[in-house]
Design a protein around this ligand. Structure first.
Ligand code: UDP
Length: 364
């Protein structure tokens, strides 16, 4: 009766991995996507011969060899190592927080000197930091918190660091070596030629409809397949019956400039609250580009509303409770699988999205 085994709603990374795996197992998949292109937020577009990360910088990193081998089937990766810089009122600091940062901030030369400074500056914080502010101060001390974390985080999340969960800052390594690698993972790189090709390869042999909103014609699409894989926002699927979950959105301002090297680094974070954007990305540096021009994206963080794109789930206590209610409804939906960042309301890195899609496949 059904023409397809799986209707996959959303052509982002989760949907693409799912389609690829199921198609290779002989299942018939239909992918529908609201946007006019595949790839979700990892989509890259060629502008001036530069692969521009249209929905924000994506650097692939993982410590899971299985996932690294898996993604390498779809593209060759270069040896890019993310080493962003923080610009605080024109002072440049290395990120993540490491001996180079401590040296510039305090003149600390040895790990013991840096640890002593952090101990001094965090003595007021109890054993169990309650929020992002306390966690940050206990990890790197008050000076770094005030110059490199507080302004950036409040711009990024539109909330005080006292209201934000501590886990957000734990994403960043704190290191007592002179090492500017932003990630601790074993494997890291950028796909040579951009991310879109990965999704194209994953969707080979799968039927795709672009610019289609599933929820506008739900009954029709449901009738086409035995099982639905829904990777859109979970609260929208249930027509916001428990109220909308909160997200942060991003507005990008892109500029093409007639210079071959504008900022000397792929990622620069602006950590003072008076600069309205959080970071500027110079895309060519992800692939060590030698083009004559350059493309820069400024990221402006924005509170989400239903007319805007949801980017970051805000996994604080309130939203996690609301999400739990939605997840109970999701568990009761027959023949619907929820996945991906929006379907699971999780602040996922790409490797974790792939891992979760492969786990769902293994269970099926
Ligand atoms: N962060 C910060 N200063 C920085 C970079 C990051 O305070 O210069 C904090 C901020 O709260 C941010 C979090 O660390 O939301 C996680 O940063 P990450 O770079 O992992 O964010 P993403 O790349 O996912 O936007």
């Amino acid at each position: 009766m059904n023409k397809f085994d799986y209707l996959i709603v959303g052509a982002g990374l989760f949907g693409c991995v799912f389609a690829s795996e199921m198609t290779s197992r002989g299942k018939k998949c239909l992918v529908i996507e609201k946007r006019s292109h595949i790839g979700g937020n990892i989509y890259t577009e060629n502008i001036e011969n530069i692969n521009v990360h249209k929905y924000g910088a994506h650097i692939f990193h993982t410590s899971n060899k299985k996932i690294w081998d898996y993604i390498n089937r779809f593209a060759d990766f270069n040896n890019f190592i993310n080493s962003p810089l923080a610009n605080y009122k024109g002072e440049i600091y290395n990120l993540p927080f490491n001996m180079n940062t401590f040296n510039k901030m305090w003149g600390a030369v040895t790990p013991d000197e840096a640890k002593e400074k952090i101990r001094e500056q965090s003595s007021q914080i109890g054993e169990y930091p309650k929020n992002l502010e306390e966690m940050a101060i206990s990890l790197v001390g008050r000076d770094i918190y005030e110059k490199l974390i507080e302004g950036y985080t409040e711009k990024q999340w539109g909330r005080s660091c006292k209201e934000l969960p501590a886990f957000i800052i734990k994403r960043l390594p704190v290191r007592f070596q002179y090492d500017n690698n932003y990630f601790n993972d074993t494997y890291q790189g950028i796909p040579i030629g951009g991310y879109t090709q990965i999704c194209e390869k994953m969707l080979e042999g799968t039927k795709i409809y672009l610019s289609v909103d599933y929820l506008d014609q739900k009954e029709h699409f449901d009738s086409l397949a035995k099982t639905v894989v829904y990777t859109g926002a979970i609260d929208r699927y249930f027509y916001y019956c428990y109220g909308p979950l909160q997200y942060r959105s991003i507005r990008f301002e892109n500029k093409i400039l007639n210079t071959d090297n504008f900022q000397g680094n792929a990622v620069i974070n602006y950590t003072h609250r008076d600069i309205p954007y959080t970071r500027s990305i110079e895309h060519k540096h992800f692939e060590f580009g030698k083009q004559e021009k350059t493309v820069i994206s400024y990221e402006y963080s924005d509170e989400w509303n239903i007319d805007k794109e949801p980017y970051y789930p805000i996994n604080d206590t309130y939203n996690n409770e609301v999400y739990t209610k939605y997840s109970y409804l999701a568990a009761k939906e027959i023949n619907v699988i929820f996945g991906g960042r929006l379907g699971s309301y999780k602040y996922y890195d790409m490797d974790k999205v792939i891992e979760s899609a492969l786990n769902v496949i293994a269970r099926l």
